[in-house]
Write a protein that binds this ligand. Structure first.
Ligand SMILES: NC(=O)c1ccc[n+]([C@@H]2O[C@H](COP(=O)([O-])OP(=O)(O)OC[C@H]3O[C@@H](n4cnc5c(N)ncnc54)[C@H](O)[C@@H]3O)[C@@H](O)[C@H]2O)c1
Length: 363
């Protein structure tokens, strides 16, 4: 099948942007990695040395004013996501935004509505949902292999990189939240979050908990102040338990045939005993592909087919709603914040005009 190759621009060539440039640059059948933009000339010079065929510019306007550019990927600090994405969408560019999608729910809503109105693809960089182990976990859960999901606990810890504009929950928890929403397919109903800012005024260690409408419960621990790099998620089900350790080169998923049952009948306390089941541990072979490559290809495919991305603007908004509520909880000593009213896209699109009006001053 022949189709027009898409011309792609990437904005932001700091730590993460070069990974997007490399992956879009490698998808030579689908796109041309045409322009990269950064305010820092040293970063542009570095990109030019790595990719001599790619144009570089410090001027964002060069991208939005170019009729040749079909799609833009934004990998700047979060505080710039909304303003840049808004201009891209207004200029008719399909837009990919790194996680977290924007700094507030209302910014996300505006971007979702702009993409919808202009019939453009809007995708968010929830990279892990494109990784083979996470897809495997989803299959395990959706097929019923794990049984009823009781709880999920995620730990994403390391030393740094401290961010200036967001706390550690906004930086690291989007990965865990997006994975949990993807594998569980359940709606979160409330969030609690506690944390502490030790060094630069932003919380560098947080503990978040989420309750879901299907009874599942999740905790997410995030830290920039830990001596070890930890990327671990434990899923406890009624039939089996799973540990996903992303720091392992192989065997990232281990399925434990362990479970606990309560006795169906007992007359006295002495007769009450839990029944523990100890079975084998299975570490399935999972073929690895770079998740970012899958993600970049999916963005280009969605532009071509008009399909909704698996990490759409609405998915980005859901994650930001949880983050925003986590901040409200943090500011209130960890109290429970209900998540209501934002989940129905049909209802949401019905309110688009009203929301755009409300956010006109946000830009
Ligand atoms: N998906 C993932 O796994 C993953 C991993 C790391 C970071 N990220 C995300 O990527 C984004 C960037 O993070 P980072 O760590 O690379 O940040 P960074 O600070 O290292 O780099 C950002 C770059 O953007 C440039 N920049 C800032 N404002 C700009 C503007 N208006 N126009 C052009 N360039 C501008 C800066 O000069 C800098 O080079 C963040 O949203 C972050 O959360 C995603």
């Amino acid at each position: 099948m022949s189709f027009k190759k898409l011309n792609v621009a990437v904005i932001g060539c700091g730590y993460w942007g070069p990974n997007l440039i490399r992956n879009f640059g490698g998808l030579t059948d689908d796109c041309t990695m045409q322009v990269v933009c950064d305010q820092n000339q040293d970063r542009l010079n570095h990109m030019k040395r790595l990719y001599p065929g790619v144009e570089t510019t410090k001027r964002f306007e060069d991208i939005i004013n170019s009729p040749e550019i079909d799609a833009v990927a934004i990998a700047t600090p979060v505080r710039y996501h909304y303003a840049l994405a808004k201009e891209c969408l207004r200029a008719g560019k399909h837009t990919f935004i790194e996680k977290p999608m924007a700094s507030s729910v209302v910014e996300c809503q505006h971007l979702v509505s702009l993409a919808e109105e202009n019939n453009l693809t809007l995708m968010v960089g929830h990279t892990f949902i494109y990784s083979a182990p996470v897809r495997y976990m989803r299959e395990l859960i959706q097929s019923g292999t794990i049984g009823e999901i009781y709880s999920i606990s995620a730990r994403r810890l390391n030393l740094g990189l401290f961010q200036k504009d967001i706390n550690v929950a906004w930086d690291l928890a989007p990965h865990d939240i997006s994975i949990i929403l993807y594998v569980l397919d359940a709606e979160p109903v409330s969030v609690n979050c506690q944390g502490k800012a030790h060094l630069n005024g932003q919380e560098d260690a947080t503990n978040m908990s989420l309750e879901f409408d299907n009874g599942a419960f999740a905790t997410i621990q995030s830290s920039w102040l830990d001596p070890n790099k930890v990327r671990e998620m434990t899923i406890v089900g009624s039939k089996k338990m799973v540990i996903y350790d992303d720091t392992q080169p192989n065997e990232k998923i281990r399925i434990y045939d362990k479970s606990v049952k309560t006795p169906p009948h007992y007359d006295t306390f002495a007769e009450f005993t839990f029944s523990y089941h100890y079975g084998d541990m299975l570490a399935p072979y999972i073929q690895q592909v770079e998740p970012l490559k899958v993600e970049c290809k999916h963005f280009l495919d969605c532009i071509r087919t008009g399909e909704t991305p698996e990490s759409s603007g609405l998915d980005g908004l859901r994650v930001v709603q949880i983050l925003e509520s986590s901040t409200a909880s943090l500011r209130n000593g960890g109290s429970r914040v209900e998540l209501t009213g934002h989940w129905d896209p049909i209802e949401f699109f019905g309110k688009c005009d009203e929301l755009v009006g409300q956010t006109a001053s946000a830009g």
